[in-house]
Design a protein around this ligand. Structure first.
Ligand SMILES: Cc1cc2nc3c(=O)[nH]c(=O)nc-3n(C[C@H](O)[C@H](O)[C@H](O)COP(=O)(O)O)c2cc1C
Length: 325
């Protein structure tokens, strides 16, 4: 680590438990397809993210043995507690996939009930499950009976403004064996528009006695404290604002991080990507992170273009020296 780099102090007091699984710390990296892979999760975990959620995994891919799933299931021991997140609309398929996934050693299995994209929610999976509370009960009852690991859910507030059934859904999850609920304070219809409704997250916290993680629109350290105070949630989940700022899990805003640390982090993250995905794919997948790490620096459009298109990790490292003052 370069001089001046801060090594974050990881929390060592119990914050909440998910069934039998203890969680130390109140900040958690959101599951994010295309972002929350092992390299990024492990980096956020080192900064203080208290659990590692995988990107969502299609139950059908698990059942059909799609080899791409294996990458998503790879985790470091230091990431534990690890949560494997699955999605489907069929209770039987969810069960079969969950049983197979259990063999890979997760601490918790999570059912995605929040994905708003049409190919998922349109077939009744992800946020589509919010429209079928009876099915939600069946899914949780079945999985709870058959699984050895605790079960959790990540939900939204409802399908649309007219069907904000979040308290009902949260109670159903709890009554049927769910041990943790993470809630993104928007409806499916809202997508990522408008503002997350933190009042509603607070209502869920009051409605159930299992731990609740609040999520939506946390961008700064001040937002973390505001959402905690507003909702009394057990934990706070951070998604988009963590990309380019894993330091948020050490309760540091981006502008508090000196350039030397940014350089060191970019190099470390890139090295993990190259190691995990191989040189070519690793570099391509790293570009979206690089863009966010560098968003605060005044780059010329040529510099930005070269940085984001180079096919050589060595050239990227050299450019980094020039860009980060
Ligand atoms: C690119 C992207 C991918 C996402 N993928 C997932 C996913 O796989 N599973 C999931 O439960 N939520 C997913 N989400 C939703 C986030 O977990 C989170 O609920 C949402 O971004 C709101 O939190 P934020 O305001 O902190 O970003 C995704 C969000 C984004 C932006």
């Amino acid at each position: 680590m370069p001089s001046g780099a801060q090594s974050p102090q990881l929390p060592n007091t119990l914050t909440f438990s998910v069934g039998t699984i203890p969680v130390f710390g109140d900040l958690i990296l959101s599951p994010m397809e295309g972002f929350s892979d092992m390299p990024f999760r492990s980096i956020c975990r080192e900064q203080g993210s208290a659990m590692s959620y995988t990107e969502f995994i299609n139950a059908l891919d698990v059942i059909q043995g799609n080899p791409r799933v294996l990458k998503k299931l790879t985790f470091l021991t230091a990431e534990r507690p690890v949560v494997f997140q699955i999605f489907d609309n069929e209770p039987a398929r969810l069960l079969e996939a969950a049983l197979r996934l259990q063999e890979f050693g997760p601490d918790i299995i999570d059912v995605n009930m929040g994905c708003s994209v049409r190919r998922v929610s349109g077939r009744g999976a992800g946020a589509g499950l919010l429209r079928t509370p009876v099915k939600v009960a069946r899914i949780f009852r079945t999985l709870y009976r058959e699984l050895e690991v605790p079960l959790s859910a990540k939900i939204r507030l409802g399908w649309d403004e007219e069907s904000r059934n979040y308290c009902l859904i949260a109670r159903i999850i709890e009554e049927n064996g769910g041990a943790l609920i993470a809630v993104h304070g928007r409806t499916k219809e809202q997508g990522y528009g408008g503002q997350a409704d933190w009042d509603a997250i607070g209502e869920i916290k009051q409605a159930v006695s299992i731990p609740v993680i609040g999520n939506g629109d946390v961008r700064t350290v001040a937002d973390i404290e505001r959402l905690k105070t507003h909702t009394a949630c057990d934990g706070i989940m951070i998604g988009r604002a963590a990309v380019g700022n894993p330091w948020i899990f050490a309760r540091r805003d981006r502008e508090q991080v000196p350039p030397g640390e940014v350089q060191e982090m970019v190099s470390r993250h890139l090295a993990r990507m190259l190691d995990f995905y191989g040189e070519e794919r690793g570099l391509i997948l790293f570009r979206k992170h690089a863009k966010r790490y560098l968003s605060v620096y005044p780059l010329s459009s040529e510099q930005r273009y070269r940085f984001l298109t180079t096919e050589s990790p060595t050239e990227l490292a050299q450019m980094l020296d020039l860009i980060v003052p």
